[in-house]
Design a protein. Sequence first.
Length: 248
Amino acid sequence: MSVLQTNVVPRVHRLGSPFVNWYVVEDGNRLTVVDAGLPRFATDLERDLHELGHRPEDVEAVVLTHSDADHTGVATALREAGATVYVHGYDQGTLASPGPKGGEARPQKVVPHLRHPQAWRTMVAMARGGGARPAAIEGPEIVSDGDVLDVPGRPKVIHTPGHTPGHVAFLFEDSGALFAGDAVCTWNPLTGKRGPQLMPRPLNVSNAEAHESVRRIGGLTAKVTLPGHGEPWHGPPATLAQRALDAA
């Protein structure tokens, strides 16, 4: 089952599956892709872009909120079609050599969550989507906090560590779209709980930093916040952030 939600706000499209999102931002005939889903999404890449009236060659940039395998999947295919891949320097190493996240994130900490059927469904979906075998991506362009990237849509980079050391959000000010990656979610991939919340503690390298990063998101201005997991949030990021912190 795939997700295609056109014009979440004008020129911003949501793609992916019920388990993980990736996005396309239009700037005329030029495209920026935000995150890249699971590796198996590449099978439907041409069809998905065709439904939006585009081709893979129209994608000039793939901007990654972080290096996890469920956010980098179609980046290789788009790079081969001519796109440039961007990631924060702190996640460059795990993008080039995917592996365990470290920090507070430990596979054994997920075990208590296995009482939830959703945790099993998510793990199966990630495995079937190729998440256990992500491609290594070397030599990306490096972004830093505060950068405004010279790519379609001109997103501003906001460093939001916690889920990974180099996790960032991207604010496309012209469209009012804030791409939060896994700094916040509106659907919990381990419990199935819906609504604004932080990602599950076992999946974050630093939960203290995750709390600070969602507060930083709350200080931004946007029409819609688009998470890596769950439905878009229409409304002030401040309300989203407060509800996520309350849920924590």
